[in-house]
Design a protein. Sequence first.
Length: 510
Amino acid sequence: MDRIDEESQTPAPPVTFTGRKTLVAAAVAVVLIAAALLIRPARTGDDARPPDPSERAASAVGMGAPAAAVDLTALVADREKWLAAHADDDASWAVLGAAYLEQARRTTDSGWYPKAEKALKRSLEVRPAEKGNFDAMTGMGALANARRDFGTGKKWGELVRAQAPKRWTAYPVLVDAYTGLGDYKDAQKAMELLQELRPGLAAYVRASQVYRDRGWREDAVVAMEHAAGAAKAPAEKAYALYRLGELSWERGDAVEALRQYEGALRTDPAQAEALGGRARALAALGRHGEAVRDYRMALGRTPVPQLARELGELLQSLGREQEARTPYAMLGSMMTRDGANGVDDDVLLGLYEADHGDPAAAVRRLSEEWSRHKSMQVADALGWALHKAGEDEAALEYAKKATEPGLRNADFAYHRAVIERGLGDEASARRHFQEALRTNPHFSPLRGPLAKQALASIGQPPPGGPEHLKPVTPWVEPVLPKPSPTPKPESTPKPSPSPSPSPSPSSSTA
């Protein structure tokens, strides 16, 4: 036993490889590597090098996500060069069309829309829709929605869904199209299917949009926070932060909105939409000089009609009427440009005409728009134009269509309050003026102060409520009869069994 213990404690001699063993091991390793390569050959995804800018942009537009400006420019140049020598590549034409469309979104320059349409139509010529050119079909739907031609966007989205129900790229197009048409129930159904098929940035952004339209603010914020968490690039993150700023602005939190807008600009300095949002928040906080500066910078980068209207109203509220004429003139030229590129700006143009031009012309324009798109935005604009034209009874019907579906919008509530006041319904007017200021007390540098003045002039209702509801005498608790206890039924004793009769003597003897 002592010898066995000594041998167990003696270390084993080191293993050494002879020349023959080394050759055998090397041969085995070569065979194993060759077998592994036969089982799984090398793929392009195995390349450890980071993707180049054009590849990053192509991946982003394919996922329906924002792309960086530099990457997008590289993708456009790369596809244009390729297609100059390969004109029959339908997939590249579809990618180029999507890149043009993303350029239009980033720069808000509608001049990119005709280019996108030409590229997408060329892709459909090479490979028609009947043969399943889904990328080009989806691109055509997204282009129609960007131009606010939501009926056409719906047709393209439903065509893709009919041919490939599980193709997730059809559902962002359908959500946007149904929303623009005022079909909010179908928009929610399409959003839910999108979340099932492809949860991610595009799905979370659409979910936030649907929840906002229903008036579910907390759900909208949570969904957009999920979108920010799902972002994989600075441009995607900045876009989500900008949308969070918009949600904060709509609920009247100018400080939080400013924080989100500035976060978006730090993440992507080329995010011009966030620059316009920051101008809006600065104006609400009384920092008017900085707000005017940011508005002008934003309009220099991205000429957006809505920003021109906001700058004109801010300057007008500050008593700078002469300066306000410049952005108002820009507004008209921008909408003329957009109209030439197929963009439907009738809602914004109708509101501008109602406030600063010909209300009757605004009613005609917006009535035609309502025949195409029955959304809350169109209903609000048409109601306001009818009010300006002196038709308050008809105006109230459209104001109700704008405010009743659930969206909490201070401008909508203000418009309805003014219409109700014009009809002499001060109680309803008071309620909707209060709703406008409660939703966002800074919703407009012009209309916000007017709402406060109107509410002060209407005053508060008299105490005690309406006369027919006021009790004549003090309330006295009535004396209610006490319930009498229910008597319990008496238990009847069980009868004792009778003794069996004893046999008579006669019977026994017998």
